[in-house]
Design a protein around this ligand. Structure first.
Ligand SMILES: *Cc1c(COP(=O)(O)O)cnc(C)c1O
Ligand SMILES: [Zn+2]
Length: 456
């Protein structure tokens, strides 16, 4: 039986190692001494009151639990994420616990047999942003109930962050303010915060421009900042790596690949895995590959310089709109994670991401363009011999393809500028006759080996 467990503790600490600490209930985003980013640290001695196998048993047991809020993939690991929020103050949509899809057919096309896709887009608002937003909004909810004078939560967004913030804010009854780059997010993404009642402000700039304004806006301490500069988001997103390992019965895969823009998620992935290693749940680390769009590749360029240089530059337009970021706020965090995990960075062109998305969709997936960037990067890393076809690889799919319907419509009508849509599958228009329909399907076949085709 598990021993009595003392309430855990966590705090913000400057990542530059100057030692400065703050309460997670303070409205603070940077170290006031040296300007460094802050990160949540946990009292690991308290967590060591439970052995690795006791933690594994507890985490396994809580999946689908009806005991609020432990059935959530994030809050099922509450002691590791945010032990200081009261269960009653938690704002959760039972996020996390998303499917790990065995990409058997797609893997086979790449010569692999151990390829898995972590479907983080199968979530309340359709992206992994829910994992972090539940923690941030829960902490704010507790601050408000404790009487702190907060008026609203605000974020700049390429789409998915705003959808998550608006939904969690609405669930808790907390006003939200969304700054979006005009005409740079999909209709499906724009409509989510509108529907959830957020104050949506569409600005004639890019994401980096919105980010600069929201940072000014949140200098007013009654407007709380929800971008991933705020490390509460990272605490929730940290569960993705833990969940992946848990879904392999606590075996560590060889590689985890994820599309990266503002670079908070790669840090979160790394932090969760490092915590597992420190607490003895695993004894080795996977390697991490960050995938960037060629049109928004500051991390890739820095990687080519051995991380000696970092040159932000305005991002060019990319179909992978959620990672169209030229000046990632978490560069410093991501750099360290890539060093710790013997990481690599790859990039994908617009044609590569669009065609790879469509290729993967033909094997039963429904990929967002960012997942396309990650899958196209996987192909290139296989060709370069960096990733071996026998290795176990997990690709993090960051959003649901349904949020990017226009991208898929344009692709399948071969209407994406400059892209030859090699897998385009437009509907065939036929006269309404039995003969015409029969003729259209007469060459379809399937076979016991799993081959599917259309004949000649
Ligand atoms: C936010 C987002 C990313 C990028 O995550 P970062 O933490 O900014 O690197 C990738 N894909 C999707 C769909 C996203 O919403
Ligand atoms: Zn500092």
């Amino acid at each position: 039986m598990m021993q009595e467990y003392t309430q855990g503790n966590c705090w913000y600490e400057c990542i530059r190692g100057c030692g400065k600490r703050y309460s997670i209930f303070d409205v603070v985003y940077h170290c006031e001494d040296c300007g460094g980013l802050l990160e949540v640290k946990h009292d690991l001695d308290i967590l060591r009151q439970r052995s690795a196998s006791e933690w594994k048993a507890a985490f396994n047991q809580r999946i689908f639990s009806t005991a609020w809020p432990y059935g959530s993939g994030v809050w099922g690991k509450k002691e590791w994420i945010c032990p200081l929020v009261a269960d009653d103050n938690i704002v959760s949509t039972y996020e996390g616990n998303s499917n790990l899809f065995w990409a058997q057919r797609f893997g086979k096309e790449l010569g692999m047999d151990d390829l898995w896709i972590k479907l983080c887009g199968n979530s309340h608002t359709g992206s992994f942003k829910d994992l972090g937003m539940t923690v941030l909004v829960s902490v704010v909810n507790q601050m408000i109930r404790d009487g702190q004078p907060l008026r609203a939560i605000a974020c700049a967004s390429t789409g998915d962050t705003s959808a998550a913030l608006a939904a969690y804010g609405a669930a808790a009854g907390i006003p939200t303010v969304i700054l979006l780059p005009k005409a740079k997010v999909s209709t499906a993404q724009l409509i989510q915060p509108i529907a959830n009642g957020a104050t949506v402000l569409s600005l004639d700039t890019d994401f980096d421009g919105c980010m600069a304004i929201v940072q000014q806006l949140t200098q007013d301490p009654s407007i709380y900042l929800a971008n991933s500069l705020n490390s509460l988001r990272i605490e929730g997103q940290k569960t993705v790596g833990i969940e992946i390992v848990q879904q392999f019965d606590w075996e560590v895969p060889d590689w985890i690949i994820l599309p990266s823009g503002n670079l908070g998620n790669v840090r979160a992935l790394g932090n969760g895995l490092l915590m597992m290693k420190e607490l003895g749940l695993i004894n080795r680390l996977p390697r991490i590959a960050c995938a960037q769009a060629e049109n928004a590749n500051p991390l890739y360029r820095s990687y080519l310089s051995g991380f000696k240089e970092f040159e932000p530059a305005p991002a060019k337009k990319t179909l992978a709109s959620a990672i169209q970021i030229g000046n990632p706020v978490s560069y410093e965090r991501a750099r360290q994670t890539l060093i710790d995990f013997d990481g690599v960075v790859e990039q994908a062109s617009e044609a590569e991401l669009a065609n790879t998305c469509a290729q993967a969709d033909r094997t039963g997936l429904y990929c967002c363009p960012h997942t396309g960037v990650a899958l196209a990067s996987l192909k290139k890393l296989l060709l370069k011999g960096v990733i071996k076809p026998t290795e176990r690889v997990v690709v993090i799919s960051t959003a649901h393809g349904l949020k990017f319907s226009q991208f898929k419509v344009d692709y399948h009508h071969n209407q994406l500028a400059g892209i030859d849509a090699v897998y385009a599958n437009p509907p065939q228009e036929l006269p309404a006759t039995y003969a015409a329909v029969q003729a259209a399907i007469k060459n379809l076949y399937s076979s016991p080996s799993g081959e599917v085709g259309r004949g000649l």
